[in-house]
Design a protein around this ligand. Structure first.
Ligand code: FCB
Length: 437
């Protein structure tokens, strides 16, 4: 493994609804994911996040796992409905107390707390008022950011406003695969603009409370053209604009790209200045490239997503393509140049069907190979001049994987969801040794 510069941030990531459980403790209100997961037919194994990894009660044990791993940072998310059960009004002090304990425990263990404000668990009352289709949700988000930062302020070492606004829009409001389960296709565009507006307003709210750096975590997928016609190339460009450019161009001062579904009527005077509030770090979540060709006649979409051939696949059937991460980082560097802030890879990881062997050990050589390839890809991009300052593995723990329930295991630590027993996998030891070096 090539050397990384001193001070490079090694971490692991999780999110609130996927690990915490305790969904009614200390006055927490319902989120859209509580509602959605309890609806029949939404989740592969009909499970919910009611208990998840019971991290709410086991956070001290999980902090010890982080300390043992030796990571310098831990990215987690705050559950908005713990802090504002109705999505508006004063903070629920008991909800904030949990994150207070967590943050203090992390600092005592020598681990930098990295907090994401929104990892998809919108308070249900805000969804009842239109969710992110409603412009007012952006203002509510900034109010919540202010309450969170007033309490956790400078003890959080990096603030992340939104997690993957593209995935939340497309899966949650476009295709109905995630909460809130709406199927609006391209009529979901207001969800893009209002999330980005909320991000910009939250950046200002955070700046007023903390000197810690502020970021957003976007999902990116470099696009491969599957075909050689002009129509295939146009389809790939349309998909690229939607997935990769829509949530980055306006933040870095370029305004919106020409993307399918973009509705200028949603954008008000002055909004683009709010969106372009300077950020200190660009969070990059990367899993795989996307192969695109021209759509079949009559398709409701201007592109067709097809399997990417020629790569091994994870248990999620996602291609294992570290070269895609290098391509992506070089593309970001090329497109945005000096406007590109330092990048941290805020998620990178893979699902495999890991299970304890007869001795109770969990061997996951595929995950080690996956991480090895992706860490090298990052180092390669850095050698070519891309400013990358951190890498977080998704995830610390096997957890509740949204519409896939408990069927997809992404952790460095195996979790038995019946007993809540945690067993570090061989990838945990591998990552610990990497971080130590
Ligand atoms: C990302 C999400 C994260 C997890 C991974 C596998 O899109 O941000 O919560 O589900 O995928």
């Amino acid at each position: 493994m090539p050397e990384f510069p001193a001070g490079f941030r090694w971490g692991v990531s999780t999110s609130a609804y996927q690990i915490e459980g305790a969904t009614t403790a200390d006055g927490r209100g319902p989120s859209i994911w509580d509602t959605f997961a309890h609806e029949p037919g939404r989740v592969a194994d009909a499970s919910t996040g009611d208990r998840a990894c019971d991290h709410f009660h086991r956070y001290a044990e999980d902090t010890a796992l982080l300390a043992g791993l030796g990571v310098s940072a831990y990215r987690f998310s705050l559950a908005w409905p713990r802090i504002q059960p109705d999505g508006t009004g004063p903070a629920n002090a008991a909800g904030l107390d949990f994150y207070d304990r967590l943050v203090d425990g992390l600092l005592a263990a020598g681990v930098d707390p990295v907090a994401t404000l929104f990892h998809w668990d919108l308070p249900q009352p805000l969804e009842d008022a239109g969710g992110w289709l409603n412009r007012d949700t952006a203002a509510r988000f900034a109010e919540y950011a202010d309450l969170a930062a007033a309490r956790l302020g400078d003890r959080v070492k990096l603030w992340i406003t939104l997690n993957e606004p593209f995935i939340h829009m497309s899966m949650g409001y476009g295709m109905g695969v995630h909460a809130p389960g709406r199927m609006l296709l391209f009529d979901a565009f207001p969800v893009a603009h209002h999330q980005l507006l909320g991000h910009g307003l939250a950046v200002s709210a955070l700046r007023a409370r903390t000197t810690s750096p502020v970021a957003i975590a976007n999902n990116y997928s470099p696009v491969r053209v599957a075909g050689d016609t002009d129509a295939d190339r146009a389809a790939a460009a349309a998909y690229d604009a939607l997935h990769n450019l829509l949530f980055t161009d306006p933040l870095l001062g370029r305004g919106y790209p020409d993307a399918p579904g973009l509705d200028p009527a949603v954008i008000r005077d002055g909004d683009l200045d709010v969106l372009a509030a300077p950020i200190d770090v660009l969070g990059v979540n990367y899993y795989n490239p996307t192969a695109i060709r021209a759509p079949e006649a009559g398709s409701p979409l201007p592109f067709d997503i097809v399997p990417l051939e020629g790569y091994p696949r994870t248990a999620f059937d996602w291609p294992v393509a570290p070269d895609g991460l290098r391509d992506l980082l070089l593309q970001l560097h090329r497109r945005y140049g000096d406007a590109l802030p330092p990048i941290q890879i805020t998620e990178s990881g893979c699902a495999y069907d890991d299970a304890p062997d007869a001795d109770g050990r969990v061997h996951d050589p595929e995950r080690i190979a996956y991480l090895d390839g992706h860490v090298r890809a990052v180092r390669g991009a850095m050698a070519e001049g891309v400013p990358v300052t951190g890498y977080f593995v998704w995830s610390l723990l096997d957890n509740w994987e949204w519409a896939e329930g408990f069927t997809k295991r992404f952790g460095l630590v195996h979790v038995d969801f019946d007993t809540q027993r945690r067993t570090p996998k061989s990838s945990y030891a591998w990552f610990r040794d990497l971080v130590r070096r």
